[in-house]
Write a protein that binds this ligand. Structure first.
Ligand code: FMN
Length: 350
């Protein structure tokens, strides 16, 4: 039997990845809610996936500051004790021959002062989100408009968290620029009504992302920085780009200007067409020759075909890896992949 394409190793920059399977970033809310530190249960959780043979683990979203926190039990990378705690995770993953990057996640307006140390949420403009804060179940608060000084400070917070990630032994970082959180709030015309250089046309709205990426790359290097971006927004289920191809071209223009090498376009449905004849990842590939991580309700067949035809280089799986900590082993042995059940798989850190 031919070996599944997902099981082949691959070298990306200085990383040697044991397989082409990536663990998608998934918030689990098992960190200490007061200190933002991770414990032994989280060390075991990531060690298990590295031991199974996942090529690259992207962690759950990690806050670069307390003000970037959007739900309970989210870890941080802005205190020494948080760095020390993460070090145990990275050591465990490395002992098993795996690679792990820290996803840096600032939620912007999608939070409440009860989670952010008493401060109002930050956002490019004073526009409140509809809906309730995750688990807190209170309406999102009206955010404060970030001044230019705030913008500079938040960029420095990302840079410091990236530096801390390397201190903690991570192999790199992923910047969460997707799903309607702070960076995406700058990118979207719905949430960004600024009249300074951070607002206006799409290239202006991408400036905040560009400055964050430049600051992070300055700390960790181009070959160790991943950017995640998307059309989808967690708080606006029906949101659509008016002109997907033009938007994608603008993103890629900026990525090329920065010199980033690994991009992670995020959708919940990899095979869904975004234009008449192309999916999100196919449109991205049309303009991008670098590394692409695919994601979105993938199964092993769709993922390995997409890699073979060149649409993507690596395939990220989220929910299947919660239900199957032995995902790679199951592919190797030809065993069925268990389907995800939120009631069980989210409740326990298996
Ligand atoms: C429980 C859970 C938590 C998630 N948390 C994050 C997150 O912290 N950061 C992020 O970028 N995406 C997050 N996502 C989205 C996943 O990374 C992934 O894109 C999505 O689940 C689609 O992949 P899948 O169909 O293989 O599950 C989360 C998804 C789930 C199911």
């Amino acid at each position: 039997m031919e070996k599944n394409e997902l099981l082949n190793p691959i070298n990306i920059g200085n990383w040697h990845l044991k397989s082409k399977v990536v663990m998608a970033p998934m918030t689990r809310s098992f960190a200490d809610n007061n200190t933002g530190t991770v414990g032994k249960d989280i060390v075991t959780y990531y060690r298990k996936r590295a031991k199974d043979g996942i090529g690259l683990i992207i962690t759950e979203g990690i806050n670069p500051s307390l003000r970037g926190k959007g739900t309970f039990g989210v870890p941080g990378l802005y205190t020494n004790s948080q760095v020390d705690a993460w070090q145990k995770v990275t050591e465990a993953v490395h002992e098993e021959g795996g690679k792990i990057v820290a996803q840096l996640w600032h939620v912007g307006r999608l939070t409440h002062r009860e989670l952010t140390g008493g401060f109002p949420p930050q956002s490019p403009s004073i526009i409140k989100a509809d809906g309730l804060v995750h688990r807190l179940r209170k309406p999102y608060e009206t955010p404060e408009e970030m001044s230019k000084k705030d913008v500079k400070e938040v960029i420095q917070e990302y840079a410091l968290a990236a530096r801390n990630a390397i201190k903690a032994g991570f192999d790199g970082v992923e910047i969460h620029g997707a799903h309607g959180y702070l960076i995406d709030q700058f990118i979207s015309e719905v949430t960004n009504k600024r009249t300074d250089e951070y607002g206006g046309d799409i290239l202006n709205r991408l400036l905040f992302m560009k400055e964050v990426l430049n600051a992070v790359i300055n700390e960790v290097g181009k070959e160790r920085t991943i950017i995640r971006f998307s059309e989808i927004k967690d708080d606006i289920p029906d949101y659509k780009w008016a002109n997907p191809e033009e938007n994608i071209k603008a993103f890629i223009q900026v990525f090329k200007e920065i010199g980033i090498q690994i991009i992670h376009p995020s959708t919940n449905n990899f095979t869904k067409k975004m234009t008449d004849d192309m999916t999100f990842h196919q449109l991205v590939r049309k303009y991008w020759e670098g590394i692409i991580i695919g994601v979105g309700n993938l199964n092993t067949k769709i993922a390995s075909e997409a890699i073979k035809e060149g649409t993507i280089d690596l395939a990220a799986f989220g929910r299947p890896l919660l239900a199957n900590p032995d995902f790679i082993n199951k592919i190797k042995e030809g065993q069925p992949i268990k389907s995800y059940q939120a009631a069980i798989d989210l409740k326990y850190l298996n």
